[in-house]
Design a protein around this ligand. Structure first.
Ligand code: B12
Ligand code: SF4
Length: 379
């Protein structure tokens, strides 16, 4: 693929970049900025992170090191990466209410609706097609959302979309951090935007302090093996026993480090129907969800990213949350009824949960609004 520069292209590239950004907004993106395919500044951080084994079972993060650092090796001929961000927080998310009610299941707010990979990717593709139509020469573009070895956060920072917080997420001064990132690789040499050189966390360490499982060995570094998001979604084996009581009622992902972040006072809600909760998953009862058969799980999570954990992972996670909840007859009965029904892995978590509940006094644990983890979150 040959690179399209000012000399070879018909339209004025500055004007084209402005129109591209306007088009991105029309397509529902909240910001769009352009950067070079170069993440060499991350080389040492990434190397050290992998050497410590913080990626856990996510061995795909160990592959294609050179392509992560030099994205032009991923798609030959790439001269620019267009970085996009899209807010995802739906209206009325009942976050505190659900997180504090130990009978309820807390599902991370990014995954209550349609799988964002499909939705964001399709919008990126539309933006790429629009770009092609503006230029007479052959334009190449490739959209990516999570799906490839792309260091999305460092590239987004480099494009000026925000800074990387101590919790390692990208934060934007006008929008907080409740957004997805996506990228469009292209051979069009659009003008590059200025990087975000500053960071605005100051001395605040709220995200690190609130983390229920102490997943941050130091600022800007996450030990994924301790992160509830990893434990409930990415790891398919047994959840370490010492971490289970710390997980509270978080059954798929975790939002605590974002919830506590003061910059999320500026977060904007998404108008997208695709991100609205489906099947009441924003407020589900643990006992009811645990009663689902595999068929019900597959039906109710169709088109959702929750499917990633599979029925076995889903039941494992719910068993842990039930063990962390009140010792109600309903919870005990539900746990017993699934013994032997799914797999040895789930049985092991059920036994753990029943042991936990056996040690609790129902009357003492029944009050509704006990914080699901050990640390305080904002109202
Ligand atoms: C693997 C992965 C995970 C893993 C590991 C997370 C991690 N921190 O690496 C797990 C499963 C734990 C995870 C969890 C979540 N994830 Co995730 N995840 C990814 C994925 C696919 C790859 C990230 C990656 O490459 N990690 C490897 C590390 C080494 O890279 P890195 O974090 O980018 O770190 C670099 C910089 O931080 C840099 N660095 C910069 N400055 C400094 C300063 C110092 C001093 C140091 C030491 C380092 C440093 O060092 C690193 C190496 O380059 C990306 C998509 C993508 N392709 O990028 C989504 C992504 C990062 N995840 C996302 C989301 C939404 C989440 C969750 C909020 C989901 C949830 N609610 O449960 C949580 C948040 C947990 C957290 N605090 O990070 C979004 C983040 C959007 C945003 N605003 O930043 C992304 C971008 C997906 C998307 N397309 O929108 N995720
Ligand atoms: S998502 Fe939850 S468990 Fe993971 S780092 Fe953030 S607060 Fe900790």
């Amino acid at each position: 693929m040959s690179s399209l520069t000012e000399d070879t292209l018909n339209p004025d590239l500055h004007q084209l970049a402005l129109s591209l950004k306007a088009q991105a907004r029309t397509l529902g993106f909240d910001a769009c900025a352009i950067t070079l395919p170069d993440a060499s500044s991350e080389r040492e951080y990434l190397k050290a992170w992998l050497e410590k084994g913080y990626q856990g079972d996510m061995s795909y993060l160990e592959n294609h090191f050179d392509k992560r650092i030099d994205p032009s090796q991923l798609v030959a001929g790439t001269v620019r990466i267009i970085m996009l961000r899209m807010n995802y927080l739906p209206e009325d998310t009942r976050i505190s209410e659900v997180l504090r009610d130990k009978r309820k299941a807390y599902i991370a707010r990014y995954t209550l609706g349609r799988d964002y990979h499909k939705m964001v990717r399709s919008r990126l593709k539309q933006l790429g097609q629009w770009l092609s139509e503006q230029v007479e020469e052959t334009v190449s573009f490739r959209p990516f959302v999570d799906s490839a070895p792309v260091l999305e956060r460092p590239l987004a920072r480099q494009a000026g979309l925000g800074w990387i917080g101590k919790h390692t997420l990208l934060i934007n001064r006008e929008a907080g951090s409740w957004f997805f990132l996506g990228s469009l690789f292209t051979n069009v040499a659009l003008p590059v935007d200025a990087a975000e050189e500053d960071e605005y966390c100051g001395r605040c360490t709220a995200c690190m302090d609130v983390c229920p499982t102490n997943a941050f060995p130091q600022p800007y570094v996450l030990d994924a093996r301790r992160c509830i998001s990893y434990l409930t979604i990415e790891q398919s084996s047994s959840i370490p026993v010492e971490l289970r009581p710390l997980m509270g009622n978080r059954v798929f992902g975790c939002d605590d480090c974002q919830l506590i972040c003061p910059w999320n006072r500026f977060a904007q809600r998404s108008p997208e129907d695709d991100f609205k909760p489906r099947h009441g998953l924003d407020n589900g009862e643990l006992v009811e969800l645990f009663k689902w058969s595999e068929k019900e799980f597959l039906t109710k999570t169709e088109g959702s990213a929750i499917r990633r954990t599979g029925y076995e992972g889903w039941m494992r996670n719910l068993a842990v949350a039930l063990g962390n909840g009140p010792a109600s007859p309903g919870a005990i009965e539900a746990l017993r009824s699934k013994m032997g029904a799914v797999s040895d892995l789930v049985d092991e978590h059920i036994r753990w949960a029943l042991d936990e509940l056996a040690g609790k006094d129902e009357l003492l644990t029944e009050p509704l609004f006990i914080h699901a983890g050990s640390k305080r979150l904002p109202e």
